[in-house]
Write a protein that binds this ligand. Structure first.
Ligand code: TXA
Ligand code: MG
Length: 341
């Protein structure tokens, strides 16, 4: 199949929406990463998403909506906690897991779970596209399973060319890491995946919450089924580097026969005289810019056949740094430079 590249003009969004209505798969931009869209009420269309991504069938999909009314098609009532989160954070980078009305969603979408994840993205293009399609759409990240999520239409094309009907190109995404996922069906609301909406922000609105690094209550922490799979991983080894270890890491890089990719913030690049070098990928000035440039950098080096190792700056694990650490931790299988390299 030919994968059409569409733009964000209304005529193209209408064409994209028509493809969705016909049961086809169209990749769409959000403020976090690009998603793979298909009509969430059409089982055949949803199956195509699993096939295009090569995604295990027990890994449930997010249902992406253009407004809260679309959520109400699947749930009897929106719980108070969810309503508070919706009022404060939607549209935005927060995915909320709720119970749905039995039978209201296909088990193919939910992986057979009694709960479902809803997301209302900030991007107006996304909202317009879903409104035109007139149906909630599933929206997993538009990468091949196991690879870094796509932050540009080019990344999507790299993984999906010939496998899906179209891609709506809205330029690079802003946030760069996927939404925060919160499960409000457990006795204490629980963050299953850290993202741009931080734990502190969430606690201000709904009180105490649990997360991987701060367990609350006796419940066994529920897991996002997707988190057990290998993730975000280039084909070569990736090591995290603490700020103080960069001088040693650069010596290591220079000693290798094959090029080593270096991903670091600008202050580290300047301090270590790496500016302008071909194998250096800037993460910008801080952890927020690093979130937006992380996946693109991993993909850049993954596609360069000459690079055999990647070294990536590790930031402090706080605020949006938790989202960064979560993604980089998976890409590197938790390995730090200097500990066992
Ligand atoms: O920012 C995002 O959330 C992007 C954009 C495209 O919207 N989407 C995204 O979807 O990251 P995906 O499928 O790549 O990640 C969704 C995560 C997976 O780890 C999945 O297992 C988990 O959410 N998830 C979905 N439904 C769930 C449920 N009912 N219970 C627990 N985890 C769930
Ligand atoms: Mg994903």
């Amino acid at each position: 199949m030919e994968t059409k590249i569409l733009n964000t003009a209304t005529t193209d969004l209408t064409a994209a929406a028509e493809l969705i209505k016909k049961g086809e798969v169209v990749a769409f931009p959000t403020e976090t990463v690009y998603g793979l869209g298909a009509d969430a009420t059409n089982e055949k269309a949803v199956k195509k998403v699993f096939a295009a991504k090569n995604r295990p069938s027990d890994n449930p999909l997010i249902v992406t909506v253009a407004n809260v009314e679309m959520v109400k098609r699947f749930v009897d009532e929106i719980p108070d906690v969810a309503q508070k989160l919706i009022d404060k954070f939607w549209p935005g980078s927060l995915t909320i897991i709720m119970n749905y009305r039995p039978g209201a969603l296909s088990p193919i979408v939910t992986g057979g779970l009694k709960t479902v994840a809803f997301r209302l993205p900030k991007s107006e293009v996304t909202q317009q596209f879903i409104t035109l399609a007139d149906t909630p759409i599933v929206g997993p990240s538009a990468n091949t399973s196991g690879k870094p999520s796509p932050t540009t239409a080019k990344h999507v094309l790299h993984d999906m060319d010939g496998k899906i009907a179209g891609i709506i190109d809205d330029g690079p995404t802003i946030v760069g890491v996927e939404s925060t996922v919160i499960d409000i069906t457990s006795s204490v609301p629980t963050i299953l995946r850290p993202g741009a909406v931080t734990e502190e922000q969430l606690e201000k609105v709904i009180g105490e919450i649990s997360s991987e690094h701060k367990k609350v209550g006796k419940d066994e922490t529920p897991k996002a089924p997707g988190m057990k799979y290998r993730h975000y991983a280039p084909d070569m080894p990736v090591y995290m580097v603490n700020e103080k270890d960069w001088p040693k890491a650069i010596v290591f890089a220079q000693q290798q026969l094959e090029p080593v990719g270096i991903m670091a913030p600008d202050n580290v690049i300047e301090k270590n005289h790496l500016a302008g070098m071909d194998f250096v990928w800037s993460l910008g000035k801080d952890v927020t810019s690093a979130n937006s440039k992380l996946f693109a950098g991993l993909r850049y080096f993954d596609d360069r056949n000459d690079v055999k190792t990647i070294l990536v700056h590790h930031f402090e694990k706080e605020g949006v740094g938790l989202a960064y650490d979560n993604r980089l931790g998976k890409a590197s299988s938790g390995q730090f430079f200097g500990t066992n390299s």
